[in-house]
Design a protein around this ligand. Structure first.
Ligand SMILES: [Zn+2]
Length: 192
């Protein structure tokens, strides 16, 4: 099981801390069917990529293990999205560029930074976001009940509307992503 924890450290700082990073530690088992009130044990690390505007970082993520149910847990820093190598910031920029028709500009910007994104990258992220519009809308409604969400029949306009809410209603994309994950138990970009 993965969790996302809020952090302001950059991928570079996180990488530099390595296994010494002060990872959050669960006090109870996070498996909803277990919930044994004993802190799960430290259980080594796994590595994953985090690609941002500056570099490709191979970062270490601490694992925990519950001896009562046998499940393992890990905490991802909020600049990551589960199962995506690019950092959340880049992916969010990709979504903005895709839905506000600035894709060509963004691709040129990324290519100048040696990030070889093609049009297909934007299309992939865009499709995933469109497929997830409904669950994202439901998630937003849970933590922003006062937010007005009109029907999203025009998907392109719906995507623009949701991105606008994320931009104006949260301190940053990391904050939205982490809160959404905590609320819904999956990321806003995970396949439905
Ligand atoms: Zn357990």
């Amino acid at each position: 099981m993965q969790q996302i924890f809020p952090t302001d450290v950059t991928p570079e700082e996180f990488f530099n801390s390595g296994v010494d990073f002060p990872f959050p530690r669960p006090q109870v088992c996070l498996n909803p069917d277990c919930r044994t009130p004993v802190p799960p044990k430290k259980h080594g690390f796994y590595e994953r990529n985090a690609i941002d505007f500056k570099s490709v970082y191979r970062i270490s993520i601490r694992r925990y293990y519950c001896p009562y149910c046998g499940r393992t847990f890990s905490y991802l820093p909020s600049f990551c999205l589960p199962y995506f190598q690019y950092t959340l910031e880049i992916i969010f920029l990709g979504l903005l560029a895709h839905f506000f028709e600035l894709g060509i500009l963004l691709l040129a910007f990324l290519q100048a930074r040696s990030i070889g994104w093609q049009r297909q990258h934007l299309q992939f992220y865009g499709r995933r976001f469109l497929n997830n519009l409904k669950p994202i809308q439901l998630g937003i409604r849970q933590f922003m009940p006062e937010q007005e969400l009109t029907n999203l029949e025009n998907k392109q306009k719906g995507a623009q509307k949701i991105l606008g809410i994320v931009l104006s209603g949260f301190p940053g994309i990391k904050s939205f992503s982490q809160r959404f994950f905590a609320q819904c138990n999956h990321s806003f970009m995970s396949p439905c």
